[in-house]
Ligand binder design. Structure first.
Ligand code: PMP
Length: 405
């Protein structure tokens, strides 16, 4: 396998940062990725050549901005293998997309219904469903997945005739484990539930094919896949998007308005009220093009190799508990009993190593693991083997220094 991370990192200007007097080692990619020059250029070019509001003005710049904006939708559609561009709805990110679905389906939920999630969810794919259950009297159920991402056959009854919605992450942000998505989606479809997949941690690593996955909704954020912040996608099948009540109303999403009534616009505009994040959309499409130009399989294998390296380096250290799988992941999430993860994080930061300590917006999963927080190193295409090595060295140093207290 020949993936040249050293070459690719030249395209990410921020990686030259000196952090706390050390060369930055950025291993917080599951929180957000850095942006390649191609994405930064797309943002700058938009503002210097095409900035205007879209779908509104009949003038040169507005036509130009609208063409770029709608072309971006097509590029994102192709990136996730969606059948039509009207199935791609712009949102602020994963969180907003899930909230749109949870509110948009509220009319269809009654107190006899069940909403099913898994025990590996980020709060973004938990709290909106919990609140929907509170509002409607429906029951929120949690399919117990093991921390290795397994689903025991004895839990098949969680999918039943009451299940109206099944929402599941593709990959756990906290521990990097993949969920048994295909099996669970099949079980949800067999009982006629709406299905939503949280792809926030998947799109940066996998060639996601929403048509093959055959879920009703697929959601993700641009900033975790080398695109800008503030832009994300709600993909939906036509029948699923059609029945969503818009959460936000106003301009753009209407066809005709009187004081007594409003005729909503067609998809995708019906779910996109107000001036959109035009620059974000264009930057996200540039990130998709950036991926399309890479050998994505080699990229993924490289990222997995780095995580595997760290795992193998640390696995026999009796001071360390690792919660991520040994392979097939790009994340290493761990704790050191007796030392607070924030202290480890502080030491790593002082040495220029950026990781994430905390509960990773997954309190119930932390409880399942029996910890309050973990330290997570998450890899992207621009990370190198020497950075993986440095993470291990500095972590071991931190354990030695902090463990003596
Ligand atoms: N789901 C998962 C699995 C995530 O990792 C994240 C971000 N950490 C989210 C949802 C929420 O994404 P955002 O904050 O971009 O809306």
């Amino acid at each position: 396998m020949t993936f040249d991370a050293v070459k690719i990192r030249q395209e990410f200007p921020i990686l030259a940062t000196i952090a706390n007097e050390h060369p930055l080692v950025y291993l917080d990619n599951a929180a957000t990725t850095q942006k390649p020059q191609a994405v930064l250029d797309a943002l700058m070019t938009y503002y210097t050549t095409s900035n205007a509001n879209v779908h509104r003005g009949a003038h040169y710049l507005s036509d130009r901005a609208t063409a770029q904006f709608e072309h971006a939708r097509e590029r994102v559609m192709r990136f996730i293998h969606a059948p039509e561009n009207s199935h791609v709805i712009w949102t602020k990110g994963t969180t907003e997309a899930i909230n749109q679905v949870a509110h948009g389906l509220e009319w269809s939920i009654s107190s006899d219904d069940e909403i099913l999630i898994t025990s590996l969810e980020h709060h973004a794919n938990l709290v909106p469903w919990q609140q929907l259950a509170f509002r409607t009297g429906a029951r929120l159920r949690v399919l117990p997945l093991t921390s290795t991402g397994k689903w025991e056959p004895e839990y098949a009854h969680y999918f039943n005739q009451h299940t109206r919605i099944f929402a599941c992450t593709q990959i756990s942000n906290a521990i990097g484990v993949k969920t048994p998505l295909e099996e669970m989606l099949a079980a949800a479809k067999a009982v006629g539930a709406f299905t939503l997949v949280d792809g926030a941690q998947a799109v940066a690593h996998y060639d996601v094919n929403v048509t093959e996955l055959d879920c009703d909704f697929y959601v993700f954020s641009g900033h975790k896949m080398y695109g800008p912040t503030g832009i994300g996608v709600l993909y939906g099948k036509a029948h699923a998007l059609e029945v969503l009540t818009p959460v936000q109303t106003g301009g753009e999403m209407v066809r005709h308005v009187t004081y007594n009534s409003t005729e909503f616009n067609v998809l995708p505009y019906r779910l996109e009220a107000g001036t959109p994040h035009i620059e974000g959309v264009i930057g996200l499409a540039a990130a998709c093009d950036y991926f399309a130009a890479q050998d994505r399989q080699a990229m993924l294998e490289w990222e997995q190799k780095l995580a595997r390296y760290v795992y193998d380096e640390l696995k026999f250290n009796t001071a360390i508990e690792i919660y991520s799988p040994a392979s097939d992941t790009t994340v290493v999430s761990l704790s050191v009993p007796g030392i607070h993860t924030m202290d480890l994080n502080g030491y790593l930061d002082s040495q220029g190593v950026a990781v994430r300590a905390g509960s990773h917006c997954a309190h119930p999963l932390m409880a399942q693991l029996g910890v309050s927080s973990t330290l997570r190193a998450s890899f992207a295409c621009y990370n190198t083997l020497s950075e993986a090595r440095r993470f291990c060295d500095v972590l071991l140093e931190a354990i030695e220094i902090l463990g003596d207290d």
